[in-house]
Design a protein around this ligand. Structure first.
Ligand code: PLP
Length: 737
């Protein structure tokens, strides 16, 4: 990994300094000589299976724990950089070698298992899952946030459940921006260049052993994309990449940045994903039984399917093609926020789709534009990916019950024959998270001891699971949680320390860092994008009251924040700056921290270590939210506005709610914000803080631990991605209207 600034990148768009990659076959696989008894590390590093097994991560970390952190938990890089001496020392470590061997056996059994059959979904006719980003693990940096993490968790559950599924995405060479906070509190951004041979990727070859290339007509010329394979347990994730020598310099950057470019870059990326993705599957001779459009970014794939249909059925019309395509496609919408629903000016659609393609669809340019409009006759309307997907898919769903309802209202305008939102054909499947990825090893061990080796199975039986949680001794739950909190504090101190030494070093600051945060203090986490509807400003709305809570002598509170602001959003950056520096001399400096560069690794420490997870979105804009689900599975308590998943999750005894449950008559945002802020402070002062600090004779906060148990008992399975994938199979993939 090489660090480069975004300015440099901009210059590169015009310069001709990209490295050609013609020699991939000769030098793609670095040859690192591993001692015989450690050979398996190579295979292990090529499949993300290790990342959701506590032993897997430990086996890499133990090779060289410092280097492991330097390599940002990337096993490919670790194996490239580790010293020969260290490798041979580990080869002589009998305990290590035998653990590696038993993990090797477990891995081989896992990947050797054949996929199951789910109705018409079979190995020959799998689900084809399309998404613009995947958050499988930090060492594959092609995600920005919630959507990507959700897609990664979907693949992992599909793998564990032996669902025949292949996934398609894009390999962004520079990924998503990395966040740094300058000393004045201002966010800066930079991008890292990643090299395919340092990632767990294999080139996708055809039967003749040659690199597969797909060809897509864009910008008035043929553009080529090659493919890489990332192995996620049993699931193959194919990633398209335009950085090939057949393309000119500009086209090589199409798959450069995730959400980094203008709308023109975005549209060509989406064309590569949707149309290139279908062409790739054809070259791989994969014939999906269903295409899952996870968010509208991939919706152009429906046009490619229509083109194929018309090529094979020369006498058919475009409307017959639509009918055929609809049978094969299902669509998930992920947000009611307009910035999350891509639209493009018609000229860009025209530039992007050449006349031949439109001709092959047997429609006019105007007909094509109309496919992306909510009102197909409104010629001023831009082309939206969500309307296209809604027209071309047999099923559409939101990602929580509330979001289903909100989506029906939002898209009612596309169904002029319907008078009531309730009749709009959009359902919901509530999001979930992959338990083995997100539940801390300390809690997994606790479950193994008190519930049994098959605890993951038992979670599915609500009665048995809740009985099992109830018998875990309070002290054990509390100790496991306290350990994770201490781990989080150590992580915070280390990050803060290394940041300060890199900037301006004073002895006092180092000492302060050592005192930063206490495991005895109620710790509240707040990590999410700095977007308007997430309402970061709600917390800061009454500074006096906030500082009083933080600085209280008996019952103090500490806050840990993380989250990225959009690079062009100066208001969001100003908000971060205020948060970072508002009250230089108060307890705030010791009891509130901001962790830079929120990503999957930061998220893991946070969701596993905090006491309380705060979420204050403006209703009803939080489609689901998943970070609170991760917290719930680790014994943390949610303190949240009743929106998204929390409406379904909260039962009055498994966490805390802020504000009203019903939609207010009030429509003025400022008034609603003020009411919610008041409710937030009040719930903190009268419920959260007193309950946390109320100790019983045994010196344990008994009431709090009961809430933790209620949360673990009621939320673990309901918000797991195993439940979610099962729902997708039964309610979406297998249902033909
Ligand atoms: C889980 C996760 C998210 C999604 O969380 P929200 O609750 O939707 O904010 C975003 N980013 C990272 C890094 C995550 O791990």
């Amino acid at each position: 990994m090489r660090e480069i600034s975004s300015d440099f990148l901009l210059n590169m768009q015009t310069a001709t300094s990209l490295q050609p990659d013609e020699t991939f076959r000769e030098n793609f696989y670095f040859t690192r000589e591993l001692p015989d008894n450690l050979q398996f590390l190579d295979a292990l590093s090529q499949n993300f299976y290790w990342s959701w097994k506590p032993v897997g991560a430990r086996l890499f970390r133990e090779l060289d724990s410092q280097l492991w952190e330097q390599c940002e938990q990337n096993p490919r890089l670790l194996l490239k950089k580790i010293s020969g001496l260290r490798l041979w020392q580990k080869a002589g470590d009998e305990k290590y070698v035998s653990e590696l061997q038993s993990f090797a056996e477990q891995f081989k059994d896992y990947v050797a298992a054949k996929p199951d059959v789910f109705g018409q979904i079979t190995e020959r006719n799998p689900v084809a899952y399309f998404c613009a980003e995947y958050g499988v693990h930090n060492s594959l940096p092609i995600y920005s946030g919630g959507l990507g993490i959700l897609a990664g968790d979907h693949l992992k559950s599909a793998s564990d459940m032996k669902v025949p599924l292949v996934a398609v995405g894009l390999l962004y060479r520079y990924g998503y921006f990395r966040q740094k906070i300058a000393h004045d509190g201002w966010q800066t951004e930079n991008y890292l260049d990643s090299f395919a041979n340092e990632l767990a990727l294999a080139p996708v070859l055809n039967e003749a052993g040659e690199r597969i290339l797909v060809k897509i007509h864009i910008r008035g010329r043929e553009v080529f994309a090659r493919a890489w394979l990332a192995q996620v347990g049993r699931i193959s994730l194919y990633l398209l990449d335009t950085n090939v020598r057949e393309n000119n310099e500009i086209d090589r950057l199409i798959t450069g940045h995730l959400y980094g470019g203008d709308t023109e870059t975005r549209i060509v990326q989406e064309k590569i994903l949707g149309i290139g993705g279908v062409r790739l599957l054809r070259q791989l001779k994969i014939n999906p039984s269903v295409y899952h459009l996870n968010e509208g970014h991939s919706a152009f794939l429906t046009l490619e399917l229509a083109r194929e249909f018309l090529q094979e059925n020369a006498d058919s019309s475009f409307s017959e093609a639509i009918a055929a395509v609809r049978k094969q496609c299902v669509f998930t919408t992920h947000t009611p926020v307009s910035a999350g629903n891509d639209t493009f000016p018609p000229e860009q659609i025209e530039d992007c789709f050449d006349a031949n393609f439109i001709h092959a669809l047997k429609i006019s340019k105007e007909d094509l534009f109309a496919l992306g409009r909510t009102n197909d006759r409104d010629v001023r309307e831009w082309f939206g990916m969500t309307p296209l997907a809604l027209r071309m898919a047999r099923s559409a769903n939101g990602v929580s019950e509330k979001h289903g309802e909100v989506s029906r209202e939002l898209w009612l305008k596309m169904f002029p024959e319907k008078t009531r939102a309730a009749d709009v054909p959009i359902t919901h499947i509530t999001n979930g998270v992959h338990a083995p990825t997100w539940i801390a090893p300390a809690f997994q061990r606790l479950y193994e001891t008190y519930v049994g080796a098959d605890w993951a199975e038992i979670t599915k039986d609500a009665t048995a699971w809740s009985a099992a949680i109830e018998v875990i001794p309070d002290r054990e739950i509390w100790n496991a949680h306290r350990f994770l909190k201490q781990l989080l504090i150590a992580y915070i101190r280390e990050k803060t320390y290394s940041k300060e030494t890199g900037l301006h070093e004073t002895i006092n600051e180092h000492e302060d860092t050592g005192k930063l945060f206490s495991p005895d203090v109620l710790t509240i986490g707040f990590a999410r994008r700095v977007a308007g509807y997430k309402r970061w400003n709600l917390i800061l709305s009454d500074l006096e009251r906030l500082l009083k809570m933080v600085g209280d002598a008996d019952k103090p509170v500490q806050f840990v924040f993380a989250g990225k602001a959009h690079p062009q959003d100066r208001n969001a950056k100003a908000l971060l700056q205020k948060l970072m520096s508002f009250d230089e001399n108060s307890e705030w400096q010791r009891r509130a921290v901001f962790i830079e560069d929120y990503d999957q690794e930061v998220a893991r420490y946070l969701v596993q270590g905090v006491d309380v997870w705060l979420n204050v979105p403006r209703r009803p804009l939080e489609a689901s939210g998943t970070s609170g689900q991760k917290v719930a599975m680790n014994g943390g308590l949610n303190l949240s506005i009743l929106d998204g998943w929390w409406i379904e999750g909260f039962n009055g005894e498994n966490g805390f709610s802020i504000g009203a449950a019903e939609d207010a008559d009030e429509t003025d945002e400022a008034t609603i914000d003020a009411q919610d802020a008041e409710s937030l402070y009040e719930v903190l002062e009268t419920e959260v803080i007193p309950t946390y600090y109320r100790k019983k004779e045994n010196d344990l906060p008994g009431e709090w631990i009961q809430l933790m148990k209620n949360s673990l008992a009621t939320l673990t399975h309901q918000f797991s991605s195993d439940r979610m994938v099962k729902d997708y199979i039964e309610k979406i993939y297998l249902v033909r209207p």
